[in-house]
Each structure stands twice: as C-alpha cells, then as structure tokens.
Write a protein that binds this ligand. Sequence first.
Ligand code: SF4
Length: 700
Amino acid sequence: MTDTHCPYCALQCAITLTVDETGGNRTVSVAPRDFPTNLGGLCQKGWTAATLLDHPDRLTTPLVRRDGALVPASWDEAYAVIIERVRRVQDESGRDAVAVFGGGGLTNEKAYLLGKFARLALGTSMIDYNGRFCMSSAAAAGNRAFGLDRGLPFPLADLGGADAVLLAGSNLAATMPPAVRHLASIRERGGLIAIDPRRSETARLTDDGAGIHLRNLPGSDLAVLLGLLQVIIAEDRCDEDYLASRTTGWPRVRAAAAQWWPERVERASGVPADALRQAARLLAAASPARGGAGAYLLTGRGAEQHAHGTDTVTAVINLALALGLPGRAGSGYGAITGQGNGQGGREHGQKNDQLPGYRKITDHAAREHVASVWGVAPETIPGPGVPAVQLLRSLGTPGGPRALFVHGANPVISGPDAQVITERLAALDLLVVCDFFRSETAELADVVLPVTQWAEETGTMTSLEGRVLRRRRAVPPPEGVRDELRVLADLAGRLGCRADFPTDPDAVLAELGRASAGGIADYGGITPERLDRGEALHWPCPADDHPGTPRLFAERFATPDGRAAMIAVEPAPVDDDLRPDAPIYLITGRVLQQYQSGAQTRRVAALNRVQGSGFVELHPRLARRLEVAEGELVRVRSARGEACAPARISADLRPDVVFMPFHFPGQERANTLTNPTTDPVSGMPEFKVCAVEVTKIKEA
Ligand code: SF4
C-alpha cells in the first residue's frame, strides 16, 4: 500500500493505492485517506484515477513523424531528430527560436528543471506555461496587493470557523467536491454567497436559506463587487482602524466605489439591488470588526479568466481589506487554485518572467543567487520572455519561435481561439511533446516522448493552500517509458550543456530548495524526510527547523512598507459584441467528470458514461425562440469560429447566456470560440465572456 495524492486538481486529495498482482494481472485500487483538505472524501475523478495507469492508449515508445505519420522510434532516434532540428533552428534564427510550454500539473521538481533546461540548455527566454490560462489573474492581483501570491494564505480547514464565505466565480462543487465539506457550517448559518452567471452546482448550495446567489451578466463581476463595497461604505460598515493601520490607497478606492450604488449595479449586472445589499450586510456582520466570527472571500476562474481579471480580483481584495479580513485569524482573501500543482507550478521558473523562489527574472540579486546555484554567470540566464497567449500565437510566424517543447499541457484544447493555436503549432519546424497519452497536441507533434505519470514517480506537489505534499511511486512505469527529469537531463547533455541536471527527484528538491532560499516561495527547509514524517509544511519554510507558514500576513504584508496596496479599479465593457442590440454571451467551464483539457479523464470509461461529450446549455426561453428541443444539435458561432453540440435546456442560466464545458475536442471544442484578448497585467485570456450567435442545425 502506498500513500500518495490524487493526480488531478489542486485539492490534492489524499489516497492510498493498493496493488494486487494475483494471477499475473495487475489491479491498482484507490481508497481515500483522511486529510485536512479532503476530510476523507474523493470525487469521481479521484476514485477512477488508477484507470490511467494500465490504459491501452498509454504511450510506451517514442514517436517520430515520418512521411506525415507518427511512427515508433528508439529513444536515441527521437533525441537525434530533436537535437539536429534545435541546432539548425537556433543556428539560423537565434536562441529564442526555440520555446518551451510547461504545465501546472508537473511536479515541483519537473517544473524547476524545465525552467533550468529552457534557460541553460536551450538558452531561450521563450518559456511560459498553461497556468497563464488558470491562475495568472489571481497571482497578479495578489502580488500587486500583498507583495506575495499564495492561493490560500491560510489552511482550507479554517473556512469552517467563519460566519460567511463569498465565492466569486468558483464552481467548487463540480471541480473539487470534497472541499464543499468545509462549507457545511457556513451554509447552516446561511452565510454562503455565490457570484455566478449560472446557477451552478455551487450556486445551488445557497438554496433553502443557506445563502445568496448573485446571478450576474457575464463580465459584470467587477461591478457587482464594487456594489458590495459601496453598500459597506454607505452603511459605515468598513473597518476604518484596519484600513488606517494596514493598507495604503483606501481614499481612491473609496471614491471609485462610491459611484456604484446598488441600482446602478443592477442595471449593469442584472443583480437585484436588494440582493446586493443583503449580501453586503451579511459579509459585514461576519467581519471580526463588527463582532462576527470571520469571513472569507474567495475567487475562482469565473472571476479571474477575463481580459480584466486582475482588476476583478483586485476588487475582491479591496472588499476584503475594507472589511479588515486579510491576515486576521479566522478571515481572509484567497484564490482557489485549479490545476494539481498550479501553485508550485508558478513558483519555480516556468513563468516567462520568473526564476525559482517566485523571484523576478529582472531582479539583479535574484539572478545572481540562482546563477550561483546553477554554477553559471548571471548574464548567462536570458531575460524575460513573453506570456503564453503571445507565445503560442507567435509560433511559426516571422520572428517567432520555430520550435516548441510541450510538457504537461494540451493547448490545442485549452488555449483561447484554439484553431489559431492549432494552426501555429502545425507551422513549426519542430514540435516536441512529452506526455503519456497522444493528446490532441501530441497528434501535431514531430516527436512524442512517452513519460511517467503520477503513481509511477516520486516528487512533490504544492496544494491550493501552499502545503508541499509528497507524491510517491506505487508501481513501476511500463518498459520504454522515461521520467521527465531523465529526459531533460538526456537532452541537456546532448545539447552540450555543462550545468548539472540531476535525475533523482530528491536531489532536484534539494537544489530547488537552495535556488528558492531567500525568495518569496522559500522551500529551503522542505525535505523528503520531513514530508515522510507527515509534517504539514506550507511555504515559506526557510530552514530545517522552521515549522512552515500555514497562515500569512498576521503582522505585515509582503510589500516594501508592510501594508496591503489598495488600487482603485473600474469595470470595462466587454469588447466582443457580435450583436450589441441582442447579445448572447457564452461562458465556458467544467463538469465534475472531466479534468482540464480532458486528455486523461476522457479516457476513463466510468467518467464518460456520466459525461463524456460536450453540450450547449441554454435557457428554455432561448430554446423556444430558436425552436430547439433537448438533445438537438445547435451551432454556436463567435467572431473566431464555430462549434456544435447537443442542446441541454436549463433554467440555471440567464436567457441571454449559453454555457459550454471546455474539455472536449473536434466540433465540441468550446475554445474554438473564445477570445484571445488578454489582461494587460496577467496575460490571462478572456475565457469567460464571449459574444456568440446560436442557431439550430436543421436536419438535411
Ligand atoms: Fe480530490 Fe480533485 Fe482528485 Fe477530485 S480531482 S479526488 S477533488 S484532488
């Protein structure tokens, strides 16, 4: 029996794997373990995760494209193709002609080594990762306000002690169902507030007096948040002592919010003014400054995945600060990280502008420190590259990268305006994909390298609460498959890189600890031995005798003056109207049974039996207007392209909104429609609001 964690989302539910090889047939079974985040629970994805290990689609040999088809090759042959083309492309077009695209599901060790590989072995500045599509707006807003970005700066279990929790754009009940257990006492007290255009599984948790659902027009979250703040200001419910002692910028924030009285917000968002007042009063009553037990304000992708996502999260943070919540026991602001290692994945150098330890790549002292750990001169480390959307859309264009390495990502499904990304990937001189299945991105590759997956490898993951967890090997990988640490070391050696690329994950963690030491995300005191002893180590954990930091900001924020920076923000119009006279907006999201691009979960029959294909959810009134019945095919068209899927009729949506899950390929690919416009601060695309036309597909 091996204790480890689920391979999917950032809740990182604790599980025990049991391997039975009776009769020569291997069976791996999953059982939940009691743990502070999942409280002994698992969702359907976790229960069925072992299916991935012996799946018939599993890649066990490298593939190389010959005469247009991917054919089996030896590792040496695959490496030879890669090295020859990387050298040719870089000789002809410079170091930045080769790019790297990483993933928020990679272990900390892989994420760290991938950043080192890009900057030292390839010498390129062109590295970014799929977390840009996931957490980047929350990360940017957290860094801007607090000087530090850790999804939850407190343990998830703290939620249970509060009187109120606001979820802005988070469908927790579908994405990480065990986490809902932490909301039980809040719901009993009627303290759950959900902001969501859709009556999602999570919004439904507010039914029967458990809370309030503020059902807004897509793209209007910022107006709703300003409206909540306006009520709190107008009714003199702010924590003025806290604002005076722990923040800067309050007067400008206060002045900007004062313009957003509830009736104006109702016109902008569709949220009734009375509901807004009720929600604001509920939050204020829960705040410790007014004698409440505490309140937590949490954001998810619904609020963050916008071209103004950083400002929307900033509005949530401003509201939390006005109520005196961050850094106070039993209260706070946090973002619910999505991908399995979405937190750790953004700390160790996969981001275009960062070095390990969550250090800025432009910071001279940070470059010197990391260079000393890597044994190179600081000027050897390239400067900042470009964020993901810009990177992917420049592939194969004049002056753009001509080769790309993809690790732990499937941008053909998950990227915005996905058909353009597909075309750009197809235009490359070399596309290398490391994966354990032939994902849609792997199908376009010139070389596919088969690598180990979760239960076949050792390493660490950092959960949504900044706690570092040990992933343990329970089964050997299939013959022919290699660990990505070894793949990076092999390639670095063949490229003539003299820097050390350890292949032992514990050695990589030790080096990561040295590289991150003194940085914001300091892993210096996190060791396999301590994790194996069951110590709950939340970063920063700078020394072997440091207990870790489960709660941040109690005394000061990580800004130069120790105060939280409040920044005045204003709503911006949705810049994507096909028909301004009668707009219909598409929102994309997730279903419980599928994870991210679906490359793994779409291969699990038990999950597909429940939800294995896409759909277009639409309101009965819209369905009547379009003369569409349940299950009939509808076409959804945006300025980028069109998708088709069966209709699912539901009053959970507003009549002017349609919903599509984004996990599915082909004509059901929702990201064919989405808008690649990005947030100027975070680089996040406009995933969550997209103007569309919807029509019934008439039978021939
Ligand atoms: Fe837990 Fe997330 Fe895995 Fe579901 S997918 S079992 S919520 S870690």
